[in-house]
Design a binder for this molecule. Structure first.
Ligand code: HEM
Ligand SMILES: *[C@@H]1O[C@H](CO)[C@@H](O)[C@H](O)[C@H]1NC(C)=O
Ligand SMILES: *[C@@H]1O[C@H](CO)[C@@H](O)[C@H](O)[C@H]1NC(C)=O
Ligand SMILES: *[C@@H]1O[C@H](CO)[C@@H](O)[C@H](O)[C@H]1NC(C)=O
Length: 263
């Protein structure tokens, strides 16, 4: 009898736990809620790891939310909060809302992987055509090489379509960091690889891919890990840019002598 009672209580508690598990508590934004250009922060708001309204996010909200969702340590959350709070148009504010991140050329930049440029349309809303171009470079696994190839392709496409195209040094750093971050958070931060399906699921649904077997990492993610992986993406980016330039030169001039002369 006692044992049976114990088990029925345990089952009831487990059921309550499941229904309160924020990884299972996904709800899209409602009237009055705001979202922004970052697919991950939108996702965290949809799970309630961040305020579901997307508004008035404090440093503590961000640190708690990113810790619970993806095991960020306090240092990286505080580091990123510093950037985020600078997008609030009110000076010296202690919070930001997800739509503040959309302000063009503060952090929001051209050549996004899944958004159109601000010149073309809503730079904060998922755009399937842009994302289809991005993922056409990925094999089953996204890694530093294929992740970088999609960045460079999006830069070229956006530049051709947007007479106001621009990219600051900070914007470029964010682009490289965003790719380093999505691979590390959804995949393996050590080998810098991730199953393409997990990335597609998150971008397209703004939902954590637990249904596909993704789990919060048991090891913390740190500023050093982010910046280290960003450096590796930057190295590959410089390498691919250089070889594109060489191909263009030889393709454009045909004669080796002229290429030599031009240089
Ligand atoms: C788990 C943590 C995070 C990950 C993995 C992540 C990843 C990404 C990715 C992959 C993009 C690019 C989307 C695209 O190009 O279509 C992006 C965009 C963005 N993220 Fe995050 N992010 C995270 C947290 C943050 C935080 C804490 C901030 C606060 C500063 C932030 C600010 C932004 C902004 C402003 C953009 C827009 C950039 C643009 O495309 O114009 N993100 N993020
Ligand atoms: C319920 O959740 C808490 C904390 O998340 C955990 O410590 C506890 O073991 C869970 N209980 C059951 C019965 O699963
Ligand atoms: C994160 O840690 C580094 C090294 O310990 C420190 O220099 C930096 O100020 C910290 N950043 C934040 C935002 O706390
Ligand atoms: C913001 O803070 C700085 C430094 O503390 C101060 O000099 C400045 O007056 C503040 N600005 C406003 C609008 O409160």
């Amino acid at each position: 009898m006692r044992l049976a009672a114990f088990f029925s209580v345990a089952v009831a508690v487990a059921a309550i736990n499941t229904t309160q598990d924020p990884f299972e508590q996904w709800r899209g934004p409602e009237a009055g809620h705001v979202r922004g250009p970052c697919p991950f922060l939108n996702t965290f708001a949809n799970h309630g790891f961040l305020p579901r309204s997307g508004k008035y996010i404090t440093q503590k909200d961000l640190a708690d939310g990113l810790f619970n969702a993806v095991h960020f340590d306090a240092n990286i959350s505080h580091f990123l909060f510093g950037f985020a709070v600078g997008t609030n148009p009110e000076p010296n504010s202690t919070w930001f809302s997800l739509d503040h991140l959309s302000r063009h050329n503060v952090l929001e930049h051209d050549a996004s992987l899944s958004r159109v440029d601000a010149y073309v349309g809503h730079a904060d809303v998922f755009n399937q055509q842009a994302f289809d171009e991005t993922r056409s470079y990925w094999g089953d696994v996204v890694n530093v090489e294929s992740g970088t190839a999609s960045i460079i392709s999006r830069m070229r496409t956006c530049k051709a379509a947007n007479p106001k195209y621009s990219l600051s040094e900070l914007g470029e750093g964010f682009i490289l960091g965003e790719t380093a971050a999505f691979i590390s958070i959804l995949g393996d931060a050590q080998s810098i690889t991730v199953d393409k399906k997990l990335v597609e699921y998150l971008f397209q649904n703004e939902r954590l891919p637990t249904k596909l077997g993704w789990k919060r990492s048991s090891t913390p993610f740190t500023t050093d890990l982010l910046l280290g992986n960003l450096d590796k993406v930057r190295l590959e980016y410089n390498k691919q840019l250089k070889s594109t330039l060489q191909r263009k030169r030889s393709g454009g001039f045909h004669l080796n002598g002229m290429v030599h002369h031009w240089r």
